[in-house]
Design a protein. Sequence first.
Length: 218
Amino acid sequence: MTPDTRVPTGPAAGVDTGQAGLLLLRGAPPEVSDWVRRGVVPVTVAPLPGWTAVLPNGPSRAEPPYDDALTLLAARHVPPKVAPAIGFFAIGGRAVITVQTRSVRRHVRWVVWDPARGVLRPPDLAVAPPQLLLRAAGGGDRRELVEILAERHLAPHKLLAAVTAVLGLPGGRLLIDRTEVEDIAGAIDREPLEREVGYFEDAVKDSVRLRRELELEA
């Protein structure tokens, strides 16, 4: 994950903008648990059929402006051994889907959906076409996927749950009601390692300092 990664957000008048996050990875729970502990976001790791689910469990352990757990988890690169990975995030009134494959290049690909405008094409983010979503998920119907992404005026987390259903992925209900993770056998909370938080803050300290100086001069 690069320190300056930003997910475009915007207002959604008249639409439920409840925050939600679900990252599905093909890796086994122990491998996924090791990976999440090398980040800065506390999470719950839960086994699902064919996938391992990761759900944010509170704010990032990094200092502002890097305390947004959803954005950090959405932008974090996934190693090949636990890929492919598909993320579903309701952030700032928009639905965000991320896709990562086992490719050596390991770019994060994005779908950003606005309830008033549909699918957006942010200039700084690599777009994930429908076929890539279907390939990473291992199934689904392209026509249905395109149709659901063409919908408007839905709550972002409900649109994301609908996309999981179209792709044949588990865990969509967790985007509607996160507390259901408590009923999943083997679900466990994981905190980031303190040293990893320190490494991250060292890496972004110049960026944080610059932002604060610019805010003071504004």
